[in-house]
Design a binder for this molecule. Sequence first.
Ligand code: ADP
Length: 195
Amino acid sequence: MPLDVLLLGVQGSGKGTQAKRLSAEYGLAHIATGDMLRAAMSEGTPLGQRVKPIYDAGELVPDDLMIELIRERLSRADTDAGFILDGFPRTMAQADALDSMLSEIDRPLTVVLELQVPDDVAIARLRKRAAGEGRSDDTPEAIAKRIALYNQETRPLVSHYRLAGNLVGIHGDRPENEVFSEIQQAVEQAKVASA
Ligand code: ADP
């Protein structure tokens, strides 16, 4: 049985950090759409050139582009043992597309984890990161836009997956190692439940 994990959480929730650890621990393909787009932009591919102004403004890349990107990514062999989705789906249309892609191959998500942190904690972490990393979408305007879009477009997915029955909330406002061990427990339980 593959181990397929979806991680949800607002910008600054620690999602990317935990996704990397989880992928290393369980040998899962880490599918981080933001990283994929940044790679396309730095290589200057047609996709990269198309998404650059959207990305820099903190807006969402159109669903059809993202869905095709993920469809292609999920078809690669490194996802055979499992994957961790970090940054996709971000809209209900993307979630519907993912649900049908996965049901076509009879491979439901093992578990959906929501990293929960209070808004003020997320914003403080994000400001700190912005100072350190120099990402082109870390301007104050683009940060505000990204958080607003999370609340409007992505947060509703929490209820979607809660209804589907495989959502687990994780307390993200704690030291990184504690968050990771709670994630591991949730993953272990989900593995048993899906076996
Ligand atoms: P963050 O979660 O901090 O905003 P990401 O690296 O996950 O950072 O995403 C950065 C940007 O990439 C988003 O603001 C958006 O422009 C684009 N992006 C990434 N994933 C998606 C997606 N699933 N749908 C639409 N746009 C996306």
